[in-house]
Write a protein that binds this ligand. Structure first.
Ligand code: MG
Length: 366
């Protein structure tokens, strides 16, 4: 790994909240990654909805496979740009840990339930999971990750909440950027979900070639596939198109970001934090990527089938929340024990941690 001066460096980390002896075999970012992989929140991603509810089919993406795809794309971009691959991997694997069951529908419903109790933000919840909710160590709550991993996990945050977070919240108040590794994961997340949603959308029958061809990015890549293979099945063709789209987007991000880095010449990670964000698509591809996102919103996320799931998900979360507010003792004691938070927050943490299946079963028992 050849690191550029602007890369994050585990030897110069801003450190962990609780001081620990260094590992003899792993750098601090690798250690963070390993803690995430061994966490229970990470294992539960397997049974959490990305777009399709987990029981709708075994071949659709879940939050776990999505996170692994984001990690794969992030590592490739990080390596190409001379950034720290281990930190990018760590942030990618942790970036969705705070997601509720049932994807965005679940998060919106929980946020609504928490309106009078400080709201619910999934990015903040991801940080909360690694800082506090995971209980694996005798000396502290949470995973005691490095500042750089925590900075990357907290992708968005309201100013109100940022003010309560100490150093990791400061950049939202001062309008600064996170590390390049965190910026890489943001864009890799977008590349991953746009492409796997095209793939899952096609396989589920919600999207077809004719509709997909309205997108510039898709039709550009489909044209190359048609020129290369004259007679292939649609199921093969979709794979060939999607892999070309991913490749095109990654190459574009690397080229544009290299140019931005050349223009600004950041000399350190701290320098990076004070500059505009540097990891980006070229303007043309950015526009195409945005159009694809809009298309997926219309054709897939707002599709009556997905919409029905959304409504059911919202009802399940509301039902659970209303029940636990009335019966806080129904929350397992090993979860609520020693908690300083108000009971609504404990309930939100408990519901957010549920898998789709667990939430459905718990709600149906009420
Ligand atoms: Mg994601």
């Amino acid at each position: 790994m050849i690191l550029k001066p602007y890369a994050a460096d585990p030897l110069k980390t801003l450190g962990r909240q609780y001081i620990e002896t260094k590992s003899s075999t792993r750098n601090d970012f690798q250690r963070d990654r390993d803690r995430i992989i061994h966490s229970s929140a990470f294992r539960r991603l397997e049974y959490k909805t990305q777009v399709f509810v987990n029981h709708e089919g075994d071949m659709f993406r879940t939050r776990l496979t999505h996170s692994i795809e984001v990690s794969q794309i992030s590592r490739g971009i990080a390596r190409t740009l001379g950034c720290h691959e281990d930190l990018a991997e760590t942030i990618a694997l942790a970036h969705d840990l705070g997601h509720t069951p049932f994807g965005h529908a679940g998060q919106d419903a929980l946020n609504n339930c928490m309106k009078l109790h400080g709201g619910f933000e999934h990015n903040l919840q991801s940080l909360r999971a690694v800082d506090y909710l995971e209980r694996r160590y005798a000396s502290f709550d949470g995973l005691n990750l490095t500042f750089e991993s925590r900075e990357g996990i907290l992708k968005h945050c309201s100013i109100k909440n940022a003010k309560t977070l100490g150093s990791v919240g400061e950049r939202f108040i001062k309008k600064k950027q996170p590390s390049l590794e965190a910026q890489i994961v943001n864009i890799a997340d977008e590349i991953a979900y746009n492409n796997h949603d095209v793939d899952d959308g096609f396989r589920s029958g919600l999207l077809n070639f004719k509709a997909l061809m309205e997108n510039n990015l898709f039709s550009r890549c489909a044209k190359v596939v048609d020129e290369t293979y004259s007679n292939i099945k649609d199921s093969q063709k979709i794979n060939e198109v999607v892999r070309r789209m991913i490749h095109l987007l990654i190459e574009d991000v690397c080229a544009q970001s290299k140019k931005n880095l050349d223009d600004y010449q950041p000399k350190s990670i701290d320098n990076v934090r004070g500059l505009p964000h540097l990891i980006d698509f070229s303007p043309g591809v950015k526009k195409e990527q945005h159009e694809l996102k809009q298309f997926l919103r219309r054709a897939m996320y707002e599709h009556p089938h997905v919409d029905k799931m959304t409504q059911n998900a919202g009802k399940t979360i509301e039902k659970l929340f209303a029940y636990y507010i009335k019966e806080p003792k129904a929350i397992p004691e090993n979860f609520s024990m020693d908690r300083m938070d108000d009971s609504a927050r404990v309930i939100a943490d408990y519901i957010a941690g549920m898998t789709d299946r667990f939430a459905i079963q718990a709600a149906s028992k009420l």
